[in-house]
Design a protein around this ligand. Sequence first.
Ligand SMILES: [Zn+2]
Length: 553
Amino acid sequence: MARQAERIKEGVERGLADGRIVTEPPVRVKLDERREPLKRRTFLKSAAVAALTPGLKRSGVSGICRATEGKRIAFGGVQIECSTYSRIRTRMEDFTVKRGQELADEPFFSLLKAYPYPFHPTLLATAVPGGPVEQETYQELKAQFLRRVTALLPLDGLYLPMHGAMYVEGMQDAEGDWISAARQAVGKYCLITASFDLHGNLSRRVIDNLDMLSAFRTAPHIDREETAKRACEMLVYCLDQQIRPTLVWSPIPVLMPGERTSTLYEPAKHLWAQLPGMNAEAGVLDASLLVGYVWADEPRATASGVLTGTKPDLLKKDALSLAQQYWEARKEFKFNVPTGALSECIERAQRLDTKPVLISDSGDNPTGGGTGDRAEALTELLRHHVQNAVIAGIADRPATEACYRAGVGATLPLKIGGTLDPLGCKPVEVMAKVVFLLSTDNLPERQAVVEVSRISVVLTAKRRPFHEIRDFTALGLEPTRFKIVVVKAGYLVPEIAKIANPNLMALTDGAINQDIEHLPKSKYRVPSYPFVPDLRWTPFAVVGARSPGQAQS
Ligand SMILES: [Zn+2]
């Protein structure tokens, strides 16, 4: 981290002449009459800080004293990826919500302790990707988040760890709504940084309310921590140096599934590989390239190049270069594992001498927004009389509960599949023997392993992925012993990819069907490749409204 901080520092200093120094005190909370009680609370809090902290000087703002040494930074947000093609809804009980100290104690956010200023926790709501978020749930989470942010005012900085592909019922650009509400709460002098998933969608509203942004640079995502650090180091550095950076965005009208844009393979590999080099340029604080999220029928759904820094011309040049390169590579994005219909993948696996053959049931992948309750894999394995296979897993609470009631060793009739989205698939009616029940007092965490004609099926009470070896071994399953392992996944995360011998991707139906050219007719998507195969386009760059020299800055 120290080396990166040095590089940021060097880059910023060398590019400083082009960055506007914020001459105003970095915190100046403007309060209107409707928020009078808040004004009083803010004043009292500041007065308390002044009384307790030595070395203060008067900022000259409304009589509020601010510590010059310390900066107040808050963090929190919402992370979910939602397929607008999903028929299920994401409700409050589907979110894991960490608030206050519980959020600060999250192991992931221990990285924030490396900075000289305390990061105050607000609220972070995370959920397994899925269907649209219920409007009421979203409004409640946003209100709770804003209440916590407001209670921490005045703030010098705000860090928003977001995903970027949330879809809320009846709302376009949910992150734009969340981030602009955060901006309204913290005021215009607070610097806001955000980290995004590489599959996040951006919008003018998002860019206009942020000061800086970093996105993952790997897919599968193995740089979550590094991305958060890049986002926070920029923030701390800009606060220290009193720099308001320029944020440049180049939306690229290309939409690809993550499974065709893994950074392990070309052309994504070389496109993303150049980002660290851009970061090292004087005047660049961060460079990001986002694939976007294809299963979002929204105008903002596109790929994006995003640059943060202090040299607007250089940032525009780099953003346009990324956009042009991505555009030129658009026809080269391909699946990097053999693909086929589910039955073709099973037949191919049966012909192979190797094991385990990992078959990805890609259309129903819950980590991409799939429902995770479909049972076609079981139907097909039975039809092909496969003798040594495991399916991990199928979300089916009624079947899971029935297994717990019956107990290990019992054989019982089960209807498996289609419980969350009955229109998605028909249940499979089988006789199943219960061979394992996960011991837990937490009902949603329940998992049962049943045997159906020598096929092991993992049933889960809630939607969840099986991406790690320990997900199997926790249930008494050793995945390498099976001839075929079916997982509801797109590309495999590195740990399970290591045992795939080989991996085949089944292009199955579901809420994140990989056959994107045949997705249901779009209502809102802007013309983009491959939906408009002969689209003509020239890159352009948008400068965020808060950037120096912009009308609203
Ligand atoms: Zn992602």
